[in-house]
Write a protein that binds this ligand. Structure first.
Ligand code: IMP
Ligand code: MG
Length: 186
């Protein structure tokens, strides 16, 4: 039985459990550990959403690595993207000549990851790869692959495990999705 969470007038149901997330992160980390053996990559998390995923991911990484963060804003407090990406915090690390992994919580429209990829590429990294825990199917705005994907999901609004609803519920341990109205009784 899916666990139900009510926020304002919306009901959310369990979608990806804590255990499923943990298992998948181990699998992704194993691939990254193989691909980056002997290298010292920089993991660049995109704040705020990716902080929990990044924290769990790097603890499964066994090659030397560094961490930095970008902070972007695109959603405001809405459930639908405003389509506007703003850079709220720049990088503090030197990207030139380094192996870079951008870490996102979710790729939805693809605007944010395309925006960041563009900024990083201009600084001549040695290599650049993209990691996202979630990838919404049929992402319209990217013409490049996301190299490491946790789960491909339908285009639905999801929360928890770093993903917010009006800045709240990032601390939920599992990922929840909006329950279809009419099927779930209040
Ligand atoms: P984009 O549309 O790919 O640019 O997504 C931008 C950002 O919006 C993501 O990095 C998330 O932080 C946030 N976002 C996208 N979809 C969702 C969602 O379903 N729930 C919560 N946050 C989301
Ligand atoms: Mg994000």
């Amino acid at each position: 039985m899916a666990e139900l969470i009510k926020i304002n007038s919306d009901t959310f149901e369990t979608f990806i459990t804590e255990e499923q997330i943990r298992k998948r992160i181990k699998e992704i980390a194993m691939r990254i550990n193989e691909d980056y053996a002997g290298k010292t990559p920089i993991f660049i998390g995109v704040l705020n959403g990716s902080f929990i995923f990044l924290a769990d991911l790097i603890r499964e990484i066994n090659v030397d690595c560094e961490i930095d963060f970008f902070k972007l804003s695109s959603y405001g407090d809405a459930k639908i993207s405003s389509g506007q990406v703003k850079l709220l915090k720049e990088l503090n690390c030197e990207v030139a000549g380094r192996d870079i992994l951008i870490v996102e919580d979710i790729v939805d429209s693809g605007l944010s990851i395309a925006f960041i990829k563009n900024i990083i590429e201009k600084e001549n990294p040695k290599s650049l790869k993209l990691v996202s825990l979630l990838l919404k199917k049929g992402v319209p705005k990217i013409d490049f692959p996301v190299d490491y994907v946790g789960f491909e999901i339908p285009s639905e609004f999801v929360i928890g495990y770093g993903l917010d609803y009006a800045q709240k519920v990032r601390n939920l341990k599992s990922i929840y999705r909006l329950a279809p109205k009419g099927i779930i009784k209040p």
